[in-house]
Design a protein around this ligand. Sequence first.
Ligand code: SAH
Length: 367
Amino acid sequence: MPAPGELTLEAPRRGRPPAHLADLDMAGRREAMTDLGLPAFRADQASRHYFGRLETDASTWSDLSPADRDTVAQALLPDLLTPVRELSCDDGATVKVLWKLHDGSRVESVLMGYRDRVTMCVSSQAGCGMNCPFCATGQAGLTRNLSTAEIVGQVIAGSRLVRSGEFPGSRDRVSNVVFMGMGEPLANYRALMGAIHRMVDPVPEGLGMSARGITVSTVGLVPRMRELATEGLPLRLAVSLHAPDDELRDTLVPINTRYPVTEVLDAAWHYADTTGRRVSIEYALIRDVNDQRWRAELLAKRLRGHLVHVNLIPLNPTPGSAWTASDPDDERAFVRALEGAGVPVTVRDTRGREIDGACGQLAAATP
Ligand code: SAH
């Protein structure tokens, strides 16, 4: 494992989880069934249960013989995510789940119910190698990449919880996914795209969710942002900018020394042009660090005229950090400067703060 404080793009491969049905596309599932000595159409049946009906326990798949169910369960349905702890707030409308993975690594997901949607914030890596000093996940360093099935499994478990009726709201499944949990999703690109396909591909191949409801949030890995633009999916892209100038951004988002602000924004505009989707710029407001009026004006100047929207995040407290959220007056002045320049801006709610489930607070601490 890399030492905390080190920037890591390549994740260690140790501890890779066993293969799972959800790692495979339909062709792969057919091949897997044939390799098990089963007819290829078992792949279609298994997929209807798993993705269509969210029946993750093969013992309920009554159109397969008990022997075939066992074979499939043994080979393709290992337990990848074990819930260790659930914490909730907002009268149960926000739930944070801590998962233990097969090798003991821990990750978190957060489920948030709204009037018209259920959003799940998922993790793409155990830990994170990007080392942003204001983020709790960044402080522990990167343990490993999650597999496709470990990522999509969080959404399936979330949807099962929503459907069970234990979770308030009008929807019966997770409708939106944001890759804003632990990890840098674009540093785990292959597994990320596999998971996104499992989510958006139509039933029975996948869950049949809308790509427009899926947000990929990145520190700004420019080559991967450009690759994402070639995928032909109208995903929402969020860029964690946090500063409009390289001098400050080098310290807040250390990968900026490799991919500076101008290159990150060029890649963002390329994404918007290619997909027609408005890019979100994430900006955590940190008192006396990045919340000055001149920075708001510089930010507005760099964004004006593009298909963009700014999401200001009041800094969430993290252990051991002296930084705090901006003064409300400074926050309002920041908003006004952007609005005055014609740049659309919203301030994100701090859902989950009391349970350390808000942005930058996920650290998978063991009780
Ligand atoms: N690695 C990805 C996704 C994870 S974090 C990324 O950086 O985009 C999701 C968002 O929360 C990012 O914009 C991140 O910068 C922000 N964030 C991290 N720590 C935070 C904190 N303490 N308070 C508010 N936002 C924070």
